[in-house]
Design a protein around this ligand. Structure first.
Ligand code: SF4
Ligand code: SF4
Length: 377
């Protein structure tokens, strides 16, 4: 199990190309993964319509580098993603990924229909409704973003694949899998259903704190690559300064014997020793690697979990209300109002609000633990 971590100072096209190719060379080279004639799906993180410098989405230059490398093998790349709720073309244009596809003469595929893909080995899910066209590809490359995630602790190569579930169908999983650990096991099943050939994480800039949408921008200046998405994510979380094996998806994969431990992974490249201290997201799961006693953690997730709160920036557009899985949000007098009895703390509202009008506020016990210094976010 090998993970390459390569330094890249900027999004200058040549720098990114060199870093991406160097990372894949350290794993054995593009020819090991992509063959002549392969139809290759490049799956970036295109969470929402945000400009590249916001660090919400995979940078278009990283997508360009992967497109060029795939083409150089005589293969046929296409790019696709299905953002949660935004218009796909608008999102692709805003993120700069559409323009890169046009410049490189590569199709950006807009997924409209889903079909059932079996997942016989799945522990939680035996089939997924995924973009119909995924089945047309020989290989998938997950091209993710290095970010914290208020629900899953971190988001990298594995969580990136959630975008293969078309549009708002994603909300159903939040409704069905309200426990962090259940949702994490579903991500493990999804990874094995899609089985990407290669995983590349754009960590030239990234996000700390309240990611994946409203956190702060950081500049780790690295590209991470591995043929195993769990290994790539473990190394990424470790570089972020988190106890990587405690991140929900990693934990679920290790429990299922589907991921190596961090100590079993060989990290190579000039970035193998870099280390950062990312601000944690305010999640219940992020507390699992603190020394807060377990009995306190079990006292009540609601008191320990950050709760979404609507700020004065809300314009009452209703986007959060339309996509809140348990329908816990209503628009009253042009402002979103949350019914906390229904809220399942999935944070989709925070993830989707384009006006940064959803803040996460600490629960009562969480605030207390911070005040007395037991827990630091
Ligand atoms: S919180 Fe954001 S998404 Fe929800 S109604 Fe207000 S502005 Fe729209
Ligand atoms: S209010 Fe927000 S956090 Fe609560 S269930 Fe709805 S989308 Fe999820």
């Amino acid at each position: 199990m090998k993970v390459a971590v390569v330094k890249a100072e900027s999004y200058q096209s040549r720098t990114v190309n060199e870093a991406v190719n160097k990372a894949v060379d350290l794993l054995g080279g593009w020819e090991k993964y992509i063959k002549k004639g392969d139809k290759v799906l490049i799956k970036p993180n295109m969470l929402t319509a945000a400009a590249p410098e916001k660090a919400v989405t995979t940078h278009p230059e990283v997508v360009r580098a992967v497109i060029k490398a795939v083409k150089s093998q005589g293969a046929y790349p296409s790019v696709a993603d299905s953002p949660g709720v935004s218009n796909v073309k608008k999102t692709a244009v805003k993120t700069g990924i559409w323009q890169v596809c046009e410049a490189e003469n590569v199709p950006f595929v807009i997924w409209e229909k889903s079909r059932t893909y079996p997942c016989p080995e799945g522990k939680f899910v035996k089939h997924f409704e995924l973009a119909e066209m995924i089945g047309d590809f020989d290989k998938i490359i997950s091209v993710a973003k290095m970010k914290t995630h208020v629900f899953m602790g971190v988001t990298g190569a594995v969580k990136n694949l959630f975008g293969c579930i078309v549009g708002t169908n994603k909300a159903r999983f939040h409704l069905r899998m309200q426990k962090h650990s259940d949702f994490a096991h579903v991500m493990v099943d999804l990874y094995y259903t899609l089985n990407p050939t290669l995983n590349i994480i754009d960590g030239i800039n990234g996000m700390e704190g309240q990611g994946p949408m409203s956190g702060d921008i950081v500049n780790p200046q690295i590209i991470i690559a591995s043929e195993n998405g769990f290994a790539a994510d473990l190394v990424m979380a470790d570089k972020m300064g988190f106890k990587a094996e405690n991140m929900p998806i990693a934990k679920a994969a290790i429990e299922e014997n589907r991921s190596a431990l961090l100590t079993e992974i060989e990290t190579v490249g000039d970035g193998k020793d870099v280390k950062y201290v990312f601000k944690r997201p305010h999640t219940y799961e992020s507390m699992q690697d603190t020394y807060v006693p377990k009995f306190i953690l079990k006292l009540g997730q609601n008191q320990l979990t950050a709760r979404p709160s609507i700020t004065s920036a809300c314009i009452g557009c209703g986007r959060c209300a339309r996509h809140c899985p348990p329908r816990a949000i209503n628009i009253k007098e042009r402002k979103a109002v949350i019914d906390y009895n229904k809220c399942i703390r999935c944070y989709c509202c925070q993830e989707l609000c384009e006006h940064q009008a959803v803040e996460l506020k600490d629960g009562l016990i969480l605030s207390l633990l911070k005040k007395i210094g037991i827990y630091k976010a």
